[in-house]
Design a protein around this ligand. Structure first.
Ligand code: SF4
Length: 357
């Protein structure tokens, strides 16, 4: 099986996907792409939340034309999502797109595929092949009866071969399904079949809560095996929420070197502070910190600091006051009403030290 570090490194704008590189976080805008201002605004929000690559729908010529202006106003690589129409792909490439998501087997005549591949080669634009269990080729459904992991991998290989025959290898592949076990099986088989980087996702995962659980279950199983070079969490929610989930998931596997982690106690009868609101406040505060620090928020000092020895900095509630601790050792006592502000100052200091080193 190809673990992520054994996959081919593929350049997407100023980022590299695959090889030894960190897992890249992606999302997709929900604006009309032709509406440049709205699309750029949404992309800026995503960038700020930690999105590293963003995809936009290119479903008509106006959208393909808009890419030129959008590109001027954003920092992260831009991907065009195209179904079937090779002319849209050519226009998107001409206008500076960084990656095209299109299945070569769906473009039609060979000359059209050749034209798209030639344009991609000229501009150094990679292609993502997006296999979806819900839209498998007819002959595969006839062969397998229904969407199976084998059918999905066979579909991916079919599209890959079309590109390889044209000596094109800057390929990234996704094999999405809304069924979690099917997704895990498809990606696991794909990781055994070829070494192109895999873009992970559970499609149509659901709402913020259910979709998060479903995506974490499926993508977590894959990340734990070393599979996946880039991920998107697909939620029926604001795209920024997808980024938050991506970051949290990568942190859980130690795959995010630029994000802070919160450790908070589960609460019990010993609790001495309003732990739930403090934990939410600190979680929100550290979401913008770009350093791998661990922050603990604990309800009491009885087992508190010792329960969070791995934390770089933390607080534990005590009657009328709180304790500030580092790596399980109490540093000083702080009045309760200053506890959160003091913790935030300490977090900022630590983040600054990381930035300097
Ligand atoms: Fe209970 Fe204190 Fe542990 Fe929180 S830190 S779970 S309040 S014992």
């Amino acid at each position: 099986m190809y673990h992520r570090e054994q996959t081919r490194a593929v350049q997407v704008g100023n980022l590299t996907i695959g090889g030894n590189n960190e897992v890249v976080i992606q999302s997709m805008t929900m604006t009309k792409t032709a509406d440049v201002q709205a699309t750029v605004e949404e992309i800026h929000q995503l960038e700020e939340a930690g999105c590293q690559i963003v995809r936009v729908t290119v479903n008509n010529m106006e959208a393909a034309e808009a890419i030129k202006e959008i590109k001027k106003q954003i920092q992260i690589p831009l991907v065009a999502d195209i179904h079937f129409d090779y002319k849209l792909a050519l226009k998107a490439i001409e206008n500076g797109i960084d990656k095209v998501r299109i299945n070569p087997g769906n473009i039609g005549r060979k000359e059209r595929v050749q034209e798209v591949v030639r344009a991609c080669k000229e501009k150094g634009v990679p292609i993502r092949i997006g296999v979806n269990a819900g839209s498998l080729e007819k002959h595969l459904l006839e062969k397998y009866g229904y969407p199976t992991a084998e059918a999905m991998v066979e579909s991916a290989l079919h599209h890959i071969r079309i590109l390889e025959d044209l000596d094109f290898h800057d390929i990234i592949v996704s094999l999405k399904a809304s069924d979690v076990p099917l997704t895990i099986e498809a990606y696991t088989k794909a990781a055994a079949a070829f070494n192109y980087p895999l873009h992970l996702g559970i499609t149509e995962a659901g709402t913020l809560f259910a979709g998060t659980v479903k995506s974490a279950a499926g993508l977590g199983a894959l990340l734990a095996q070393g599979i996946g070079s880039t991920i998107r969490i697909s939620l029926s929610a604001e795209p920024v929420e997808e980024i938050k989930v991506c970051r949290e998931l990568l942190k859980a596997f130690g795959l995010a070197s630029n994000a802070a982690t919160l450790i908070s106690c589960p609460t019990c009868g010993r609790i001495e502070i309003d732990l739930i609101s403090v934990a939410n406040d600190i979680e929100n505060y550290i979401s913008k910190i770009k350093a791998p620090i661990k922050v603990a928020v604990l309800g009491c000092a009885v087992n508190g600091p010792g329960e969070a020895r791995e934390a770089d900095i933390g607080i534990a509630g005590a009657r009328g006051e709180g304790l500030l601790f580092r790596h399980g050792e109490v540093v000083r006592k702080i009045p309760e009403d200053e506890l959160v502000d003091e913790l935030k100052k300490e977090i900022d200091n630590l983040a600054e030290i990381y930035e300097r080193t």
